[in-house]
Design a protein around this ligand. Structure first.
Ligand code: ADP
Length: 395
């Protein structure tokens, strides 16, 4: 029996989706809507290899989802809304509550709402997406797939912050880790491609606009660079990553900024954008650095250095390293970043083949590299669709 399942990945003003036939995992449609809530919203989608675009204002998530469903009907990908039996939503923060995906009910929605304080950029829009689908596809089962749950195997010594214990016990303040579906996909795909022995000790580098590294032992997360929220860890497009916590009260007092303004600065004006003053996009920084722009070069240097530091740290968690994987927008496409990251890691037995790296090949290590280095495109949506199927079977 084949089933149609939608996988939804909603961002602060965007919505990406794939419609699958499961369990065959055939993608019927993939698409994304950008700039929801602005007059310039745009819906782009691909059906059977044919790309289409629709530029029309979409005032909110419900309108955006309505447009997606109408397009699926008009293009005869579905003949009726009832054909879609399950919708899986990527949810940013599952906090202490969720170590695996769950079918959405009133309690789940209340908890996603409660956890919005921990992920203010994502949990509220994730919830809007769920509510809009409940209204527009009332017969489908909604499933929540949490970014945090893959990391529930991180041991206490790696997830505890050295704050008074009550902050952890009473308020759940600890490292959670994010990008779970992506790191899970990478762990599974790498094991499938290279075998279990070669991927026994693996570091997954998810380098997109947001970025995180995860140390994975035999398929299980044992440490991850994001923390209590997705702001922690490496430098990102516009997020600061790790900083000395004392900087925050200093800025608040020195510049009379309230916590909202500081949070905005740390999330939107920092990272590669803040360092370079040019762009959050590696392609722009590469271009500018080649023209001699020193701040663009500085941003690239800091970025690569922080990734190197996490790789070094995670080889301790893993007691060595067998495979290093690069994924997401930067990891999959930027030979420059991969080369900058790997060039000082020879002491770990990492050596790149420059030609394979330049070609974004699957395996980019040199013949005499002790560690395998791979470029694997991530696929968060297939993890979500598989999770939906598994829960539908159980129900
Ligand atoms: P998100 O976290 O928003 O899903 P992506 O994983 O799509 O982000 O990554 C987006 C980033 O990937 C861009 O900001 C850019 O820095 C980088 N990127 C995308 N394509 C390329 C490319 N061809 N070369 C270098 N960097 C790229």
């Amino acid at each position: 029996m084949s089933e149609k399942i939608l996988a939804i990945n909603s961002g602060s003003s965007s919505l990406k989706f794939k419609l699958y036939i499961m369990p065959a995992e055939t993608v019927l449609v993939s698409g994304q809507i950008e700039r929801i809530g602005q007059p310039s919203s745009e819906f782009s989608y691909t059906i059977a290899g044919k790309k289409s675009k629709l530029a029309q204002p979409m005032k909110d998530y419900e309108t955006a989802i309505q447009t997606v469903i109408e397009t699926l009907l008009a293009s005869h990908v579905i003949e009726s809304k009832h054909e879609i039996i399950g919708v899986g939503h990527r949810i940013s923060h599952g906090g202490r509550y969720y170590t695996k995906p769950v079918i959405v009910d009133e309690d789940v929605k209340a908890k996603i709402d409660e956890l919005a304080v921990l992920s203010p950029l994502h949990n509220p829009v994730n919830l809007l997406g769920i509510k809009a689908f409940e209204k527009l596809l009332p017969d489908a089962t909604e499933v929540a797939v949490f970014d945090t749950s893959f990391h529930h195997t991180i041991p206490a010594k790696a997830y505890m912050y050295a704050l008074p214990y009550s902050y952890y016990k009473d308020h759940g303040i600890r490292r959670y880790g994010f990008h779970g579906p992506s790191h899970e996909y990478i762990a599974e795909k790498a094991a499938e491609l290279f075998g279990k022995q070669q991927t026994h000790r693996l570091i997954s580098c998810h380098l997109g606009n947001g970025g995180s590294l995860t140390a994975i032992l035999d398929g299980h997360s044992v440490n991850s660079s994001m923390g209590f929220t997705p702001l922690a860890g490496i430098v990102m497009g516009t997020r600061s990553g790790d900083i000395d916590p004392e900087i925050i009260p200093f800025i608040e007092e020195e510049f009379q900024m309230d916590s909202h303004a500081v949070r905005e600065m740390l999330n939107h004006d920092s990272g590669l954008q803040g360092l370079s003053g040019i762009s959050n996009d590696i392609r722009d920084l590469d271009e500018a650095a080649k023209q001699g722009n020193q701040r663009a070069q500085l941003a690239l240097d800091v970025y690569a250095h922080q990734i190197q530091q996490y790789i070094g740290a995670y080889t301790t968690d893993l007691e060595g390293l067998d495979t290093l994987v690069f994924t997401a927008g930067i990891g999959e496409h930027s030979a420059l970043v991969r080369q900058m990251v790997c060039e000082r890691l020879g002491y770990l037995g990492i050596k790149l083949d420059p030609e394979k790296n330049a070609a974004n090949a699957l395996s980019i290590e040199a013949a005499d590299s002790r560690v395998k280095v791979a470029v694997i495109p991530t696929d968060e949506e297939i993890v979500i669709a598989r999770d939906v199927m598994a829960l539908l079977k159980e129900a």
